[in-house]
Ligand binder design. Structure first.
Ligand SMILES: NC(=O)C1=CN([C@@H]2O[C@H](COP(=O)(O)OP(=O)(O)OC[C@H]3O[C@@H](n4cnc5c(N)ncnc54)[C@H](OP(=O)(O)O)[C@@H]3O)[C@@H](O)[C@H]2O)[C@@H](O)CC1
Ligand SMILES: [K+]
Length: 237
């Protein structure tokens, strides 16, 4: 054992560093764990459901009288957007006034689980659905949910996502990021050309290495379990 590690205070420090390092995972490890969990039968649509539900629990804990709030949810075409769609359904269940802005067209939604959640919302008049790239709303949001981009981000932010991120940053209200503020690389902590600045971020399963480096963008930060069996980590962590 190195001499410094024998001194209790250094030993504690080294253990702390090892603990923090072990708690954080890479984005690549997250995708591997997600895929392995899915192959075990804990399907991605269940993960998405738990991610959206855990996010809403945090939001409802934070914001009083959620039923009186106008909530605008921006959703991208990937699974980060899918989590936002789940949140819309849960928030409607709390009686909030929910509008979903899908940044694209429904045919372009990329995954089965996001499509599945979109098709449920289509049967729910309690949630207003908007599609395309309009950023004109006939209400002032009390809360914006950023479900635009998550771990799938690559390169500079393209339209219509860039304009939506700009709109979010210009709007004065409470901002909640699904998994990661859109535009922040959850692996490196670096930002693209534009990035949302949020009041709260809920990431899923375990913390990704780049996210806690940018508390200035995440606001309050939580990592929530979403039901993935710990066995799905075997051979990956
Ligand atoms: N891990 C887990 O266990 C779980 C993860 N879950 C959730 O899934 C999320 C990851 O989903 P994901 O893989 O679909 O990626 P996501 O971030 O939605 O983006 C992909 C889309 O973005 C686009 N795009 C990319 N870069 C872009 C740019 N610069 N500018 C513009 N567009 C850009 C890209 O478009 P394309 O390049 O393909 O045209 C594609 O459409 C994760 O963050 C978490 O929220 C939960 O459901 C629960 C379980
Ligand atoms: K996001």
């Amino acid at each position: 054992m190195p001499i410094l590690a024998r001194i209790p205070i250094f030993k504690a420090l080294i253990l702390d560093i090892i603990f923090i390092y072990c708690m954080e995972i890479t984005v690549d490890q997250m995708y591997q764990i997600e895929n392995k969990g899915h192959d075990m039968g804990f399907l991605k649509k269940f993960m998405m459901e738990n991610a959206g539900a855990a996010s809403v629990r945090r939001l409802v804990e934070k914001i009083e009288n959620i039923e009186s709030k106008n909530i605008l949810i921006f959703v991208g075409l990937g699974n980060n957007g899918g989590d936002g769609l789940v949140m819309a359904r849960h928030l409607a269940g709390y009686g909030a006034k929910v509008t979903v802005m899908l940044l694209g067209t429904p045919e372009k939604i990329k995954t089965e689980e996001s499509n599945w959640n979109w098709s449920i919302l289509k049967k729910m008049p309690s949630v207003k659905l908007m599609i395309g790239d309009s950023l004109s709303f006939d209400f002032k949001p009390d809360i914006i949910v950023d479900g635009i981009l998550g771990t799938g981000i690559s390169g500079e932010i393209r339209e219509p996502y860039a304009s939506a991120i700009n709109y979010i940053n210009k709007t004065d209200c409470y901002k909640f990021a699904v998994d990661v503020p859109s535009g922040l690389d959850p692996q490196t902590g670096e930002t693209a050309n534009i990035c949302t600045k949020c009041n709260m971020t809920v990431t899923f399963h375990k913390m990704k290495q780049g996210i806690p480096k940018r508390k200035d963008l995440t606001g309050e930060l939580y990592a929530e379990k979403i039901g993935i069996p710990p066995e799905a980590e075997e051979g990956i962590l």
